[in-house]
Ligand binder design. Structure first.
Ligand SMILES: [Zn+2]
Length: 122
Protein backbone atom coordinates (compact mmCIF):
# COMPACT_ATOMS: atom_id res chain seq x y z
CA UNK A 1 0.00 0.00 0.00
CA UNK A 2 1.12 3.55 -0.72
CA UNK A 3 0.26 6.73 1.15
CA UNK A 4 0.79 10.34 0.17
CA UNK A 5 -0.05 13.48 2.08
CA UNK A 6 -0.56 17.15 1.38
CA UNK A 7 -1.04 20.10 3.71
CA UNK A 8 -3.23 23.14 3.18
CA UNK A 9 -3.86 26.24 5.30
CA UNK A 10 -6.81 28.54 5.74
CA UNK A 11 -7.99 31.10 8.29
CA UNK A 12 -11.38 31.10 9.99
CA UNK A 13 -13.20 32.16 13.12
CA UNK A 14 -15.20 29.98 15.47
CA UNK A 15 -16.64 29.72 18.96
CA UNK A 16 -17.13 26.42 20.80
CA UNK A 17 -20.69 26.15 22.12
CA UNK A 18 -20.96 24.78 25.63
CA UNK A 19 -17.21 24.93 26.26
CA UNK A 20 -16.32 26.27 29.68
CA UNK A 21 -13.34 28.50 28.99
CA UNK A 22 -11.86 30.99 26.57
CA UNK A 23 -12.71 28.95 23.47
CA UNK A 24 -16.40 29.62 24.08
CA UNK A 25 -15.68 33.18 22.89
CA UNK A 26 -15.34 34.13 19.23
CA UNK A 27 -11.72 33.76 18.10
CA UNK A 28 -9.77 32.71 15.03
CA UNK A 29 -7.19 30.19 13.90
CA UNK A 30 -4.80 29.76 11.02
CA UNK A 31 -5.84 26.16 10.48
CA UNK A 32 -3.51 23.66 8.88
CA UNK A 33 -5.07 20.58 7.33
CA UNK A 34 -3.10 17.47 6.44
CA UNK A 35 -4.81 14.85 4.29
CA UNK A 36 -3.35 11.36 3.81
CA UNK A 37 -4.51 9.36 0.79
CA UNK A 38 -3.93 5.61 0.53
CA UNK A 39 -4.11 3.20 -2.35
CA UNK A 40 -2.63 0.03 -3.74
CA UNK A 41 -1.65 0.94 -7.28
CA UNK A 42 0.52 3.59 -8.89
CA UNK A 43 -0.29 5.06 -12.29
CA UNK A 44 1.98 4.72 -15.32
CA UNK A 45 3.95 7.77 -14.12
CA UNK A 46 4.66 6.10 -10.77
CA UNK A 47 2.27 8.34 -8.82
CA UNK A 48 -0.47 7.33 -6.41
CA UNK A 49 -2.12 10.72 -7.02
CA UNK A 50 -0.71 13.99 -8.31
CA UNK A 51 0.05 16.31 -5.35
CA UNK A 52 -1.38 19.17 -7.42
CA UNK A 53 -4.72 17.34 -7.67
CA UNK A 54 -4.71 16.46 -3.96
CA UNK A 55 -4.03 20.05 -2.92
CA UNK A 56 -6.69 21.17 -5.39
CA UNK A 57 -9.24 18.83 -3.80
CA UNK A 58 -8.39 20.09 -0.28
CA UNK A 59 -8.61 23.68 -1.51
CA UNK A 60 -12.05 22.92 -2.93
CA UNK A 61 -13.32 22.09 0.55
CA UNK A 62 -11.31 24.74 2.43
CA UNK A 63 -12.32 27.65 0.20
CA UNK A 64 -15.89 27.51 1.47
CA UNK A 65 -14.57 27.96 5.03
CA UNK A 66 -11.71 30.40 4.41
CA UNK A 67 -12.10 33.79 6.13
CA UNK A 68 -15.55 32.84 7.39
CA UNK A 69 -17.13 32.37 10.81
CA UNK A 70 -17.50 28.59 10.92
CA UNK A 71 -20.49 28.65 13.29
CA UNK A 72 -22.53 30.28 10.49
CA UNK A 73 -21.84 27.50 7.95
CA UNK A 74 -23.45 24.06 7.75
CA UNK A 75 -22.79 21.62 9.32
CA UNK A 76 -21.09 23.82 11.94
CA UNK A 77 -24.24 25.87 12.49
CA UNK A 78 -25.35 22.87 14.59
CA UNK A 79 -22.19 20.74 14.96
CA UNK A 80 -19.49 22.32 17.12
CA UNK A 81 -16.61 23.55 14.93
CA UNK A 82 -13.94 21.74 16.94
CA UNK A 83 -10.71 20.54 15.33
CA UNK A 84 -12.04 16.98 15.70
CA UNK A 85 -15.27 17.74 13.84
CA UNK A 86 -13.38 19.70 11.16
CA UNK A 87 -11.08 16.71 10.58
CA UNK A 88 -14.08 14.41 10.11
CA UNK A 89 -15.76 16.97 7.84
CA UNK A 90 -12.72 17.25 5.56
CA UNK A 91 -12.39 13.47 5.46
CA UNK A 92 -16.02 12.95 4.47
CA UNK A 93 -16.04 15.78 1.91
CA UNK A 94 -12.89 14.46 0.22
CA UNK A 95 -13.80 10.78 0.24
CA UNK A 96 -16.08 11.20 -2.81
CA UNK A 97 -13.67 12.93 -5.22
CA UNK A 98 -10.68 10.89 -4.05
CA UNK A 99 -12.65 7.63 -4.00
CA UNK A 100 -13.55 8.23 -7.65
CA UNK A 101 -9.89 7.55 -8.45
CA UNK A 102 -9.95 4.20 -6.61
CA UNK A 103 -8.14 5.74 -3.61
CA UNK A 104 -9.26 6.49 -0.08
CA UNK A 105 -8.67 9.20 2.50
CA UNK A 106 -7.04 7.31 5.36
CA UNK A 107 -6.41 10.19 7.77
CA UNK A 108 -7.03 13.90 8.23
CA UNK A 109 -5.26 16.02 10.85
CA UNK A 110 -6.33 19.57 11.70
CA UNK A 111 -3.92 21.86 13.57
CA UNK A 112 -5.47 24.81 15.41
CA UNK A 113 -2.04 25.98 16.59
CA UNK A 114 1.55 24.87 16.04
CA UNK A 115 1.30 22.51 19.00
CA UNK A 116 -2.32 21.29 19.06
CA UNK A 117 -4.07 19.07 16.53
CA UNK A 118 -6.87 16.54 16.12
CA UNK A 119 -6.80 13.52 13.82
CA UNK A 120 -9.70 11.58 12.26
CA UNK A 121 -9.43 8.17 10.62
CA UNK A 122 -12.56 6.72 9.00
ZN1 LIG B 1 -10.47 27.69 18.66
Amino acid sequence: MFEISADYSFAAGHALRGYKGKCENVHGHNYRIQVIVAGEKLDSTGLLMDFVDLRGAIKGVAERLDHRFLNDLAPFDTLNPSAENLAQYFCEQLQGPIGANGLRVSQVTVWETDVTSATYRP
